[in-house]
Every structure is written in C-alpha cells, then in structure tokens.
Design a protein around this ligand. Structure first.
Ligand SMILES: [Zn+2]
Ligand SMILES: [Zn+2]
Length: 230
C-alpha cells in the first residue's frame, strides 16, 4: 500500500512547516482517511473515510461547506444534508476491506478507527482516542502498520470526566498508545501533533526515539507529505 500522510497538525494553531495541515492520509491515491483540509480533495480521492466529525478531521464541520464533495463518504455519524454512509460492520469498497471500530474520545461526536486491508496488507488508522473497548480487541492483530495520534506526550494524556454521566473524553498519551499498540504492530506512525511537539521539535523527536528503544519497536514521526510503502 502506498500511504501518503497529508497532514499532521492537531487542533492547534499553525506554527511549523511540515506540520501545518490537519489530518488526512491518502492510500494508493484512492482512499482518503480524514479530510481536515478542503485542499485534500485536489488529490482526487475516490472515497473518503472520516474517523470523527471534529473540524481538524472533517474540514466542512468548520466551514459548513460540503457541496464540493461528490464522492462516497463514510463517517460514524451523518452531517447536515451531506450524504454520509454510517457503516458499523465491516464492508468492502473497491477491493479494500474496511472495519470500523468505535473509539472513546469525545462526548459529542462518535469516533472510530479503521482497519484497512488490501491484498495481504493490513493497517490500522486511529486518530483522536483515549481507548478502544476490550470487546473489540480481538479485531486488533497482525498489523503491518498502526498510524495514531500524538496530542499529548505525557503518560495519561489529557482525559476529563463529565460530571453527570461520568463518561470520559479527551486523548490518552503517546506512551500509553505505544504500550497498547506494540502488541499488534512492530511499526507505529505518529501524526496529529499537539502543542507539546511544536515547543521543541528536536527534543520531541528524541522522546519518540527513546520510546522506540524502550519498547523495542519502530516509531515513525510523521510529517506533511511523508510517503510510506507498506
Ligand atoms: Zn483531532
Ligand atoms: Zn477529535
């Protein structure tokens, strides 16, 4: 699979080249996972899969404009009059087997991670998340690559609890994600960087290097335009 990382900036102000665009990953020039920038449509993807309807993952939530989207779009929830397919069970598009798995992230929007299989390759595309419920863990195995988020470097991330419902929301930390996903893949790619990353990008890269050594895995620090072949 040819994977092109189009954007690696989380929901923060733009401050650095190569990490300026919001979420978007193009697979084989065909599938676009998240569309945080309208300009990603210029790549002419055939299908769009949205992990969740936060504006840094779905540009139209911020701009309100979606009329220019004329290709099939999949997301965990509908948005206004936009024709969105909300699939909960595995489905196949154009030879790609897609399995959406619910993730815990936000109180207001539903979020999913996607397993995408094509020929003999299988990758996991997660974005903002705290956790994946145990009942779905049996689906997580033997990935060639896991692509996930790096909003917070500190262990535990930033997780809040809603007073009334007791439900949690936010993002877990990079070390937690490494510990969790290393069971299922030897290589983890990080995207969706939070403010911590931009303060000292060299120090940030060192932290990823340390984590890779400590956990005996390969960590790739994504940047806007990075191309990977898996
Ligand atoms: Zn986000
Ligand atoms: Zn989000």
């Amino acid at each position: 699979m040819e994977i092109k990382i189009l954007g690696t900036r989380g929901e923060i102000e733009e401050s650095a080249p190569y990490h300026s665009k919001h979420s978007g990953i193009l697979i084989n020039n065909k599938l676009l996972v998240d569309c945080g920038e309208q300009s990603f449509l210029d790549y002419d993807p055939h299908y769009i899969l949205i992990t969740h309807l936060h504006p840094d993952h779905a540009f139209f939530v911020r701009s309100g404009c979606f009329q220019m989207i004329d290709i099939p779009i999949y997301a965990p929830k509908k948005y206004k009059e936009l024709l969105i397919s909300t699939r909960k069970t595995p489905f196949t598009i154009d030879g790609y087997r897609i399995t959406p798995i619910p993730t815990i992230h936000s109180l207001k929007v539903k979020s999913v991670t996607y397993i995408i299989q094509h020929k003999n390759k299988k990758n996991l595309y997660t974005r903002d998340m705290i956790w994946i419920e145990k009942k779905y863990h049996h689906l997580l195995k033997n990935f060639d690559l896991v692509i996930t988020e790096a909003s917070h470097m500190r262990t535990g991330g930033l997780i809040r609890r809603h007073k009334k419902s007791g439900k949690i929301y936010g993002h877990t930390g990079v070390p937690d994600l490494v510990r969790f996903f290393k069971k299922y893949a030897c290589t983890i790619v990080f995207v969706h960087f939070g403010a911590w990353f931009y303060k000292d990008m060299q120090a940030a890269r060192k932290k990823f290097e340390k984590l890779a050594v400590a956990n005996d895995i390969e960590i790739i620090v994504g940047y806007d335009g990075l191309e990977l072949i898996v």
